[in-house]
Design a protein around this ligand. Structure first.
Ligand code: GLU
Length: 391
């Protein structure tokens, strides 16, 4: 019998998505509100740029750190959109933001080290940290405090082994958006303990109701310790193209390039040309995607309100609504068992709160169109009534 040394669990978001897609493949009617992605076509100008690149013979190995055009475009986009000051050689293009996070964990953490993550956290952080031989230390937050961590919360979790804080703003799954002063205080804390900050900002463009997004990369005094992770997936509806970025200290970026040269060789050259075109059209595409996602958020919120009452909060950003099972009127709050039953018996795919570090909750993704979101909530209400899972 062969043994695999991969001992981490599968991604909870992608696991639910895979199960939902398999049901769809079998011809079943599935309400898939699991993995977060804007269900919109990729902009036709972006697709045209990818086709042009292929026709022009751009189908060979790209430079390991990414196309120079793309690295320049990513730095300029961050600098003009979020008031950062990155040079093109402080950028690496990766296979999605996720590989950027993996590479950063490998570069910044070693066996015995600790990384702080703020719960509820994105499902992949604990495993990415574990793959680097390090341990994730969870900083708890509470809905009464807007799911935000303060400097004091971080201070209490820091030990002599802490090396990294993984900060996620705008946050998945809570939609929390941190203000400038709050980010400044967290960065001061990192500086006081000489920690690196990995700032996952892949939802920066999906911030609603006129809120302002502040990048952790926009504090010049902390430039050397902050690594921003970005992606074209959510902002440009390009999840399948697999293009992300890490921006930060040139020396570390080069070492991520070494890891990339020995693992992925970088992301597909065609996708890199597509991402370069998307960044050139960033203001127009981003505002359209964000507008659509804001409407879908509202549609999901009203459907949840009319079915379950006014308990579920409207998120400030992102693609997700995090709801307490108790607020949906569900008695048994074991979230993984609930979501598995829900998919099996009612063909509704949500993601359980447990792998986000928040048992008793479930996550709805609102990337689908409004009619589908409303149909899913209706089906959920009917299922809960029929099975008498309600209080
Ligand atoms: N990041 C998205 C989510 O949380 C996409 C799936 C994934 O990679 O986790 O659903």
């Amino acid at each position: 019998m062969l043994k695999s040394y991969i001992e981490i669990p599968p991604s909870a978001t992608l696991r639910m998505n895979t199960l939902a897609l398999a049901k769809k493949q079998r011809g079943e009617r599935v309400y898939n509100l699991s993995a977060g992605e804007p269900f919109l076509p990729t902009d036709s100008g972006v697709i045209e740029a990818a086709c042009r690149a292929m026709r022009a013979g751009q189908t060979h190995y790209p430079p390991v750190l990414g196309l120079p055009e793309l690295r320049r475009a990513a730095a300029e986009w961050m600098n003009s959109t979020y008031a950062t000051a990155y040079a093109p050689d402080e950028v690496i293009a990766t296979c999605g933001g996720k590989f950027g996070l993996y590479a950063l964990c490998r570069a910044l953490l070693g066996p015995g080290d600790e990384a702080l993550i703020i719960a509820p956290y994105w499902v992949s952080y604990p495993s990415l940290i574990q793959l680097a031989g390090a341990s994730a230390v969870t900083v708890a937050t509470a809905p009464e405090r807007g799911w935000k961590a303060s400097r004091q919360d971080l201070e209490q979790a820091i030990t002599p082994r802490t090396r990294v804080i993984i900060f996620n703003n705008a946050a998945n799954p809570t939609g929390v958006v941190y203000h400038r002063e709050e980010i400044g205080a967290l960065l001061e804390c990192a500086a006081a303990h000489d920690l690196a900050v990995v700032s996952d900002e892949v939802y920066s463009g999906l911030v609603y109701d006129g809120r302002i997004f502040v990048s952790a990369g926009s504090f010049p005094e902390h430039h050397g310790r902050v690594f921003v992770v970005q992606s074209v997936s959510k902002h440009f509806a390009m999840t399948g193209w697999r293009v992300g970025f890490v921006l930060g200290d040139k020396g570390i970026i080069e070492s991520l390039g070494v890891l990339q040269s020995q693992s992925t060789t970088g992301t597909a050259s065609i996708s890199q040309w597509a991402a370069t075109a998307a960044l050139a059209m960033a203001p127009a595409i981003m505002s359209e995607v964000s507008q659509k996602m804001s409407e879908r958020r509202d549609a999901l919120h009203s459907a949840l309100q009319s079915t379950f009452g006014g308990f579920v909060a409207k998120p400030a950003s992102g693609l997700y609504t995090l709801a307490a099972l108790a607020d949906l009127g569900v008695k048994d709050t074991a979230s993984t068992a609930f979501c598995e039953r829900l998919l099996e018996q009612a063909n509704i795919a949500l993601v359980p709160g447990a792998p986000f570090g928040q048992e008793g909750y479930v996550r709805f993704s609102f990337g689908e169109d409004s009619a589908e979101l409303c149909a899913a909530v209706r089906a959920l209400g009917e299922y809960l009534k029929k099975t008498r899972l309600l209080v």
